[in-house]
Design a binder for this molecule. Structure first.
Ligand SMILES: [Zn+2]
Length: 75
């Protein structure tokens, strides 16, 4: 299974999780505060193909700058 990176919107904790591809964007609880207000971060592989330095961003959204669209998983 691929390793995905997530960040907790509430406490800003970043953590990794091994999940199946179909579960990549499913809700996952923060490993620190157990909250489910988390967002998947883009991998460096995708960051490179997108031409953006995702390491500067805490958001998983690669298609908007507001961090509040459905792609972000944050509403
Ligand atoms: Zn948290």
């Amino acid at each position: 299974m691929p390793l995905y990176e997530y960040i907790c919107i509430d406490c800003r904790t970043q953590f990794d999780a091994l999940r199946s591809i179909s579960d990549a964007d499913a809700p996952i609880a923060c490993q620190d505060c157990q909250g489910e207000n988390t967002s998947r971060m883009l991998s460096l592989f995708y960051a490179h193909s997108d031409g953006r330095a995702v390491t500067q961003s805490a958001s998983a959204c690669g298609s908007c700058a507001t961090h509040t669209c459905s792609t972000c998983g944050v509403n």
